[in-house]
Design a protein around this ligand. Structure first.
Ligand code: GLV
Ligand code: MN
Ligand code: MN
Length: 425
C-alpha cells in the first residue's frame, strides 16, 4: 500500500499512477492523428493496435482474455464460484476525431489496474470479475454510438450493422469482416438477461465542476437523456453560373434555414437542454455545383425525458416545415436513450469506499453519454468521474493527472473487492 501526501490530507492508496500513465500513453500511440489529438475509429488499424495493447496488458495482469463476436474485449478473473454472474468493469477504446487520450481509455485502464491490484494483493473473488474494453461508444465511425454496450445487452439488432456506413461507404459489417470478425456471428455478443451481476465504469468528468471544487471524484446518480438525429435535405443539382436564383432547388440553402433555428429550440426548452450540429455533408461538393443533397447530425440532450421528447418533436416539426419549394426534408432517429438513473445501492457502496479511502466526492448528473447508461437497463450500474483539467474534453487538450485517475481507481478497486467477496488466497 502506498501512502502519499495530498495537500494536508493523508491519502491511503493502492493504484499505481505510473502504471496507469504507461498504459494510457501506450494506448495513445495507437492514434491516426499523432500531434493533432487522438483519433481511433472502431475497427481501424489503430483500433486493432489498441486492442492488442489492451489484451497484452490484461494478460500481464493475469486475466484470461476473450474477444467477443463484435470486438469487445473481456479479461476475466475467475471466481471461487465461477457460475456466479460476473461483475463487469471498464469503458470504451474508440475516440472522437481529434479528441483526447483519456475519454474511454481512463476507464479501461482503471479496470486493468484493478486486476493488477487483485494479483499483487493476492486477492481471490468469490464472484468472477470481467474487465471490459468496448467498441464504438462515440459513434464517430458509424453514427449512433454505444455499439459495444448495445450489442452486449441486445439493444442493437445486429442486422443494423449492414445498414450503418462510414464516410467511405463501408458498412459496419464490412469493417468487421476486414477486422477479422464474422458479421454473421455478431448476435453472439449479446449476453443473456441476468447474466451480468453489475457494471462499473470510471470516466473523466469532461466538465469543470470537480476541478473547480477541488474534489477527487463524482459519483454519478443519473445520466441525461439523449438523441442523435440525422436530417436529410434533397434538392436538385445544377450549374452555379447558369441557373437563375428563382429556379434553384438548393439543398444547402434549405439545410441552413433549418439549422439556424435549432439552437433556439434548445434555449426554448430550457432546463439544461443542449443541441449540437457537429457534422454536415454537402453533395456533390463542387464549388460551381448547386448542392442536391445535404445531411447533418443533430445531437440533443436534457436531464428530463419530457424535454428530450419535446425537443425531438420541435426539430422534426422544423424540418417538416422546411419541406416544399422543391426540397424534400426528412429526419431519422439514430439513437434514443432515456435519462437513466444509476444504481443507488452501488452509488452507496462507491461512496462508502471513497470515505474509507479519504477520497473526497460529490454526487453529479452526467451530461455526457456513457456505456453505463445502456448497461443500467441490464444490470445494476455505477459510474464515477475523475476531474478534467479546465473541463475540456473531446479535444486534444483533454487532461487528467494520473494521480487523479489512481484515486478514482482506488475507489473502483475497493468497491469491486467488496462486491466480489474477495479475500486473500
Ligand atoms: C460521448 O462522449 C457522448 O456524450 O456523446
Ligand atoms: Mn466521448
Ligand atoms: Mn467516453
Amino acid at each position: 500500500m502506498v501512502r502519499a501526501k495530498q495537500g494536508d490530507r493523508q491519502m491511503t492508496g493502492y493504484a499505481n499512477a505510473r502504471r496507469i500513465e504507461a498504459m494510457i500513453e501506450g494506448l495513445d500511440l495507437c492514434n491516426a492523428t499523432p500531434g493533432q489529438g487522438t483519433t481511433r475509429l472502431t475497427y481501424s488499424p489503430e483500433y486493432r493496435a489498441a486492442a492488442d495493447f489492451t489484451i497484452a496488458r490484461m494478460r500481464e495482469a493475469g486475466l484470461s482474455v476473450h474477444e467477443d463476436a463484435v470486438g469487445n474485449i473481456f479479461g476475466r478473473i475467475e471466481g471461487r464460484q465461477p457460475d456466479l454472474a460476473p461483475i463487469l468493469v471498464g469503458s470504451h477504446l474508440d475516440s472522437v476525431p481529434h479528441g483526447g487520450r483519456f475519454d474511454g481509455p481512463a476507464g479501461v485502464v482503471a479496470a486493468i489496474e484493478t486486476a493488477f491490484l487483485f494479483r499483487e494483493l493476492g486477492l481471490r473473488p468469490d464472484r468472477p470479475i470481467e474487465v471490459a474494453a468496448l467498441i464504438e461508444e462515440e459513434g464517430t465511425r458509424f453514427g449512433g454510438g454505444l455499439f459495444g454496450s448495445r450489442l452486449l445487452t441486445g439493444q442493437l439488432d445486429p442486422a443494423t450493422l449492414d445498414e450503418l456506413r462510414d464516410d467511405n461507404g463501408v458498412s459496419a459489417a464490412q469493417a468487421m469482416a476486414a477486422y477479422g470478425l464474422d458479421p454473421a456471428q455478431a448476435g453472439q455478443a449479446a449476453r443473456a438477461p441476468g447474466s451480468v451481476h453489475a457494471f462499473l465504469e470510471l470516466h473523466i468528468e469532461q466538465g469543470p465542476v470537480l476541478e473547480a471544487e477541488g474534489r477527487d471524484i463524482a459519483i454519478v446518480d443519473r445520466i441525461v437523456g439523449l438523441a442523435q438525429l440525422r436530417v436529410t435535405v434533397r434538392g436538385r443539382a445544377g450549374h452555379a453560373g447558369t441557373t437563375p436564383m428563382d429556379q434553384r432547388r438548393d439543398a444547402l440553402t434549405g439545410a441552413v434555414a433549418i439549422l439556424s433555428q435549432l439552437p433556439d429550440l434548445a434555449r426554448q426548452t430550457g432546463r439544461d437542454a443542449v443541441l449540437t450540429v457537429g457534422r454536415i455533408e454537402v453533395l456533390p461538393g463542387g464549388a460551381n455545383v448547386i448542392p442536391d443533397l445535404v445531411t447533418f447530425t443533430v445531437d440533443l440532450r436534457a436531464p428530463a425525458e419530457e424535454d428530450v421528447l419535446r425537443l425531438i418533436q420541435m426539430v422534426e416539426g422544423t424540418v417538416a416545415h422546411a419541406q416544399g419549394n422543391g426540397l424534400t426534408c426528412t429526419v431519422e432517429r439514430q439513437l434514443y436513450a432515456a435519462p437513466t438513473p444509476l444504481s443507488g445501492q452501488i452509488g452507496a457502496a462507491l461512496s462508502a469506499q471513497a470515505d474509507a479511502l479519504g477520497v473526497s466526492h460529490r454526487v453529479m448528473v452526467s451530461g455526457a453519454g456513457h456505456d453505463a447508461m445502456i448497461m443500467a437497463d441490464f444490470a445494476p450500474t455505477g459510474l464515477i468521474f475523475v476531474p478534467s483539467k479546465g473541463g475540456v474534453s473531446h479535444a486534444p487538450e483533454e487532461w487528467t493527472d494520473y494521480a487523479q485517475i489512481a484515486r478514482g481507481t482506488d475507489v473502483i478497486f475497493a468497491t469491486i473487492r467488496q462486491m466480489s467477496g474477495a479475500t486473500p488466497g
